[in-house]
Design a protein around this ligand. Structure first.
Ligand code: UFG
Length: 324
């Protein structure tokens, strides 16, 4: 059974990937410092408590389990916060990852799946963002992820470390089982906030800007279900190990929805007419981010299965019965 170290495995995307790895016959080993993650999300799997950049701990883990590959989900991910506190982002998302990569090289662990982001591209110069799109991030979060992508290319050239960078667009939804889902504290992501407004846990949803150059003035994003992302990780891992080659893929549905459209759909699915307010723009937000995932479809045979409606349904199910 292949052992995969999943760093940040107790977090949102990590926990869904851990579950799918186990379902597909892998042995996930979770490393998480639980600063953001939830122990309950990974109670059935080997668990190590600690930081991703702790080299002594990593060496112990690499000696304890026959780890063949590492997946890395333990990043800070909030665009707005990264503008206000860049130092925190450069430390965790870059410096700590450098320690991790050094440790992998020292311990001869050769394969790495890296959670990158649409935020590495900055303002789009064409309607859909494919892998050839220029990468000019407009916020510190995107900068940190692009820096690691560059480090990975250099580590491949120099040390033969093979890495696949997966640029997610907007991860969303929850597992159909209702056992795991999205839970950030504080929550900053649109879908959980919208559904918390529907559930009466918040007085309203604030729309950050209605004067963007889009049809209804609100930002457009490409929402992709967390299990579709999890599946892409496993396909990418298998391809990388088979071909011994570094790669990069953009992962989205290829369809954009505005904040206003999403709110409308959420009202339909929940049957609740919650309060919507317009607020000022949030720093660091591009107007439109939509993926062209043709490469992932052609090279990995990956195809997103969840529509926006199902994304919202699974998220609504989670919101009403959340375990953490
Ligand atoms: N938004 C609101 N009100 C809210 C929260 C969000 O109007 O209360 C808007 C945002 O301004 C944005 C959209 O909803 O236009 C989506 O915002 P999210 O915070 O849910 O997601 P982001 O697009 O900012 O960022 C997410 C991840 C990043 C990742 C990015 C890639 O958090 O890690 O997707 O597209 F880089």
């Amino acid at each position: 059974m292949k052992h995969i170290l999943v760093i940040g495995g107790a977090g949102y995307i990590g926990s869904h990937t851990v579950r799918m790895l186990a379902q597909q016959g892998y042995q996930p080993v979770v490393l998480d410092n639980l600063s953001k993650g939830h122990r309950e999300a990974v109670s059935n799997y080997p668990f190590e408590l600690g930081d991703l950049g702790d080299k002594a701990l990593l060496t112990r883990i690499f000696q304890k389990y026959p780890i063949e590959a590492v997946m890395h989900f333990a990043a800070f991910i909030e665009v707005g916060e990264s503008v206000k506190e860049p130092s925190k982002y450069y430390h965790n998302n870059v410096a700590q990852v450098l320690n991790l990569l050094d440790s992998m090289v020292e311990n001869h662990v050769k394969y790495f799946v890296f959670s990158s982001t649409a935020a590495t591209f900055g303002e789009p110069v064409k309607p859909k963002i494919d892998e050839t799109h220029p990468q000019n991030p407009i916020n510190p979060y995107g900068n940190t992820k692009l820096m690691v992508e560059k480090m990975l290319a250099d580590f491949d050239t120099a040390y033969g470390l093979k890495a696949t960078a997966l640029r997610y667009f907007n991860a969303s939804g929850a597992d159909d089982s209702g056992e795991i889902g999205e839970s950030h504290n504080p929550e900053s992501h649109l879908i959980p906030i919208v559904l918390q407004a529907a559930a009466g846990k918040r007085p309203s949803i604030k729309v950050f800007g209605d004067d963007y150059p889009t049809a209804d003035g609100t930002c457009i994003r490409d929402y992709i279900h967390v299990n579709d992302l999890a599946r892409a990780h496993i396909l990418a891992l298998e391809k990388m190990m088979k071909e011994d080659k570094s790669e990069r893929f953009n992962l989205g549905s290829g369809t954009g929805f505005s904040v206003a459209e999403l709110i409308k759909e959420a009202k339909k699915i929940t049957g609740i007419d919650f309060k919507v307010e317009v607020a000022p723009r949030r720093a660091g937000d591009p107007a439109v981010l939509v993926a062209d995932s043709t490469k992932a479809q052609q090279v990995l045979g990956w195809k997103p299965e969840y529509s926006l409606t199902r994304i919202l349904q699974t998220a609504w199910n989670w919101e009403q019965n959340r375990k953490y």
